[in-house]
Design a binder for this molecule. Structure first.
Ligand code: SF4
Length: 190
């Protein structure tokens, strides 16, 4: 994909995209939202029902929990960039297929190039497998920094997983504290 695309051009391409079958059932594309100049980006797996209806990521119950998670480490949602691996909703909220992820990932890569975040937080195993390593095991490998060509990646549980299983919240809190410490090193809070 063209390196020189602007944010607006990228979002327009996404809005008109028919590169995978998810275009057939979407209401809106969900390119991402937030501060494009932030040093930190959060990446989930794909839009759900509410996100598809509103065209914005993490606006349903999982989104409310994400907002709380961010606030718990002093982050206001509008100060970070939030997006997903796939920009259209998979039917019945199923996992995005490998082919759908492969078709959509060039948009995320363009967003990386435009934003150049220092930290990328993968929310859940789908994003971690797509962005950190194919065989990523979220239970064992979350909360660990992975340096990929100077960009730091880390994974934690997807807020939806925390809503399904509250016992994971303690581990997610540990991950959030690790992220907070790294953000301090980058003077994020000043
Ligand atoms: S999920 Fe991505 S690749 Fe598939 S149609 Fe939507 S924008 Fe295009």
């Amino acid at each position: 994909m063209d390196r020189a695309l602007s944010w607006e051009e990228t979002e327009e391409k996404i809005a008109n995209c028919r590169r995978c079958p998810l275009c057939e059932s979407r209401t809106n594309t969900v390119p991402g939202v937030g501060n494009r100049n932030s040093i930190i980006m959060f990446v989930g797996e794909g839009p759900g029902y509410n996100e598809d209806m509103q065209g914005e990521p993490f606006v349903g119950a999982a989104g409310k929990l994400l907002d709380k998670m961010l606030l718990s480490i002093g982050i206001v949602r509008k100060n970070v960039y939030i997006t997903n691996v796939v920009k259209c909703r998979p039917p019945q909220n199923r996992d995005p297929l490998f082919e759908e992820q492969a078709a959509c990932l060039p948009y995320l890569r363009t967003q990386f190039k435009l934003m150049r975040p220092k930290i990328i937080v993968c929310l859940g195993r789908i994003a971690a497998k797509a962005l950190i390593r194919e065989d990523f095991a979220i239970t064992r490998q979350r909360g660990i920094w992975y340096d990929k060509k100077g960009t730091l990646f880390i994974a934690t549980y997807h807020p939806s997983a925390l809503l399904r299983d509250e016992s994971k919240k303690k581990q997610a809190w540990e991950d959030l504290k690790i992220i907070r410490e790294k953000l301090k090193e980058f003077d994020f809070y000043e």
